[in-house]
Design a protein around this ligand. Structure first.
Ligand SMILES: Cc1cc2nc3c(=O)[nH]c(=O)nc-3n(C[C@H](O)[C@H](O)[C@H](O)COP(=O)(O)OP(=O)(O)OC[C@H]3O[C@@H](n4cnc5c(N)ncnc54)[C@H](O)[C@@H]3O)c2cc1C
Ligand code: FES
Length: 282
């Protein structure tokens, strides 16, 4: 599924967009804002969708859109530098160019979640594709029941969007719980694993939908805890990462047994994923 694709004449050709600004999020992670001011209507997308970002002459990688779906005039991606393409994207710098094609992928089921309590669970970089969900939920707050955000990171320094997290933590419309694997004595939030946060939540399983992204081991243990609390598999949604090339269902690079993660996902309900979650790459 794709909405508002950048180029209809050549859907596989990246469109060059200029880097408007860069912001450092942590030692290895930055958020880039791309200039879409020349496009009527900006860059509409749905929370959970991703773009293919192309570093000229180096390569192309899938990166979630981390901006606010209610502000299509601003196109944001949060990128962790792990290898050659993400390193080349970091080197582009302000005023330089990146190639972009998208948006691609099945988004978070925010329409289905209307009227329900929403538990958003993010591990590490998994907060990037969920930031747009939180911004959507806050903008349409009256349409949802209780909204909770559970965030896990290795250390306080590894947390993304720290200022925004602090602001959300004070917002009465949202319950925010943060945990890290390890921290010094100055850390006042939780220490431990993400699923443990669920035990303190007095969650009403009969009216809860869970949206989750993070390391697969974290997601497996969190799913187990949600199931123990009685949340049905059909209302637990996970965003998956797999290697991608085409992003439009042609090449099979992202195949997870019956699914092409690029077009059937990246967001999938756990009742469909359950038999395949342990499969790394095909
Ligand atoms: C749908 C989707 C959405 C994504 N959204 C984001 C996003 O918002 N931000 C983001 O930074 N990344 C995101 N990724 C992951 C991103 O695409 C990869 O990190 C990127 O392709 C790595 O390319 P590279 O050439 O820099 O590194 P490579 O040379 O491909 O990999 C370098 C090393 O890093 C390892 N590696 C690859 N990916 C990861 C990873 N995700 N985490 C840790 N180690 C990794 C590889 O196994 C290898 O050992 C997303 C992936 C998918 C499929
Ligand atoms: S990346 Fe080509 S089929 Fe999914």
């Amino acid at each position: 599924m794709s909405t508002g694709a950048l180029s209809t004449a050549q859907p596989m050709a990246p469109v060059p967009l200029r880097v408007r600004s860069l912001r450092r999020e942590s030692a290895d992670t930055f958020t880039v804002s791309l200039d879409v001011s020349g496009r009527p209507g900006g860059f509409p997308f749905q929370p959970g969708q991703f773009n293919m970002l192309y570093a000229l002459g180096v390569g192309e990688v899938p990166i979630s859109i981390s901006g606010d779906p209610g502000r299509p005039g601003e196109l944001l991606h949060t990128i962790r530098v792990v290898g050659s393409v993400t390193e080349a994207l970091r080197r582009v710098g302000r005023g330089g160019w990146m190639g972009v094609r998208g948006p691609y992928g099945r988004p978070w089921p925010l329409e289905e979640a209307r009227g329900l309590d929403v538990v958003v669970v993010a591990g590490g970089l998994g907060l990037a594709p969920l930031r747009s969900v939180i911004l959507h939920l806050l903008r349409h707050r009256e349409a949802y029941g209780r909204v909770s955000l559970l965030v896990g990171a290795r250390s306080p320094e590894g947390l993304l969007y720290r200022r925004e997290l602090a602001r959300w933590g004070k917002d009465p419309r949202l319950k925010v719980l943060i945990t890290v694997d390890q921290a010094g004595p100055e850390w006042k939030e939780h220490v431990g694993v993400v699923p443990a946060l669920l035990r303190d939540m007095a969650l009403d399983a009969s009216r809860t939908v869970a949206l989750m992204c993070g390391p697969e081991v974290m997601m497996r243990f969190t799913v187990r805890e949600l199931e123990r609390l009685g949340v049905p598999d059909t209302r637990i949604h996970l965003s998956l990462e797999r290697n991608m090339k085409c992003a439009v269902g042609f090449c099979g690079h992202c195949q997870l047994v019956p699914f092409f993660v690029c077009k059937d996902g990246p967001v999938l309900p756990y009742d469909r994923l359950r038999p395949f979650l342990h499969v790394r790459e095909v």
